[in-house]
Write a protein that binds this ligand. Sequence first.
Ligand code: COA
Ligand code: ZN
Length: 375
Amino acid sequence: MNSFSKIEILDSTLREGEQTPGVSFTIKQKVTIAKLLDDFGVDFIELGHPAVSPDVYAAVETLNDLDLKVKKIAHGRASKSDINDAVAIGVEWMGMFFGTSPLSLKHKFDVSKKEALERIQTTVKYGKDKGLKLRFTAEDASRTEFDFLVQVGKLIQESGADRYSLADTVGCLTPTKTKELIGRIVTELDIPIHVHCHNDFGMATANALSALEAGAQCVDVAVNGLGERCGLPPIAEVVTALVNIYKVNGNWDLSILPELTHLVGSFSNLQLKANQPIVGENAFTHKAGLHVKAVAKDPRSYEAIAPETLNRKRKLIIDKYTSSYALKNKFNEIGVSLTEMELAAVLKEIKSHPEKVSWTGIELIYLTKSMGIKT
Ligand code: COA
Ligand code: ZN
């Protein structure tokens, strides 16, 4: 079990995040995101895969030149040419990946396990000889036989790799399976274990946290959960869960999360779901009368985290679910005093308009006036 004393967060917004359909960041946007991620306090920023295109290559160069606290890591295949790119750019870390599942070996590379091991060993040694710090990722690790995963892990460890990353490439792990897999791998190897979860079944955050529980040192995340298909664990979910549920005392500035969310949201032109945990519009909005009443007395009644710690504000909705307490509270807030009878009449009117899903203060004043109530 991880003591949580050395947890690291790798943000992949600039690499895998840009693999989100419809997304292409400019270099200037990448620089802005990287600076904010550095202020937030992630441990690694994946800068990109230089071989993808000239602009990604140039972005990795520019990002690598930034004066940041974070560890910078370039992404690439287990190939000499991708290693040469990382070396030419002068980046300190390289994340190198190679598919290890039977599907990858057969369809992507058409190699036997023995040939795959030889290729992995040669490239890891090549990268280490060039002076790189190396994280080796077994792509599709969750569909790779356990013994082969261990064999690959031991081989890269002996060849000098600094980190071993297991990718749940199609997001088919569950929290229980993740815990079992990572727990076993951690006991077999000495180098720190990283985990890259995908959200195809909506379990990426839970799986990433399970991996940390089982002893993984680092998990990959992306702002707003960007990434191929259904993306990666959202940074906001993973980090706020670590702080609030697991009581990890990381050096993360949670108050930056709304800015990160909106910045990356605007650069990626992707609408965030209103009910997105932590950063979604509804995350701190209360509606049913019973909830609003309890929250007004003590917000902890219906809030696991105080919105103020995330630089966010609580919102209370007035609609047909409203109770007299919540309505009175709202009128007090806008400086309007009504008698109990007037309040009851306004409440009845609100409840007879189910099509109206949110009444603003001005609309409520207008409603009372239209009912002949003096305010
Ligand atoms: N390690 C080593 N070699 C690899 C490899 C890996 N992980 N993945 C592919 N290759 C080899 C292929 O076998 C192929 O070899 P060949 O020319 O001898 O047949 C060669 O690299 C080119 O394959 P491919 O990557 O398919 O080339 P491409 O021109 O279609 O795409 C990129 C190049 C850079 C766009 C592509 O690698 C890419 O999409 N990268 C970003 C996505 C990514 O990194 N995903 C996986 C991690 S989440
Ligand atoms: Zn991925």
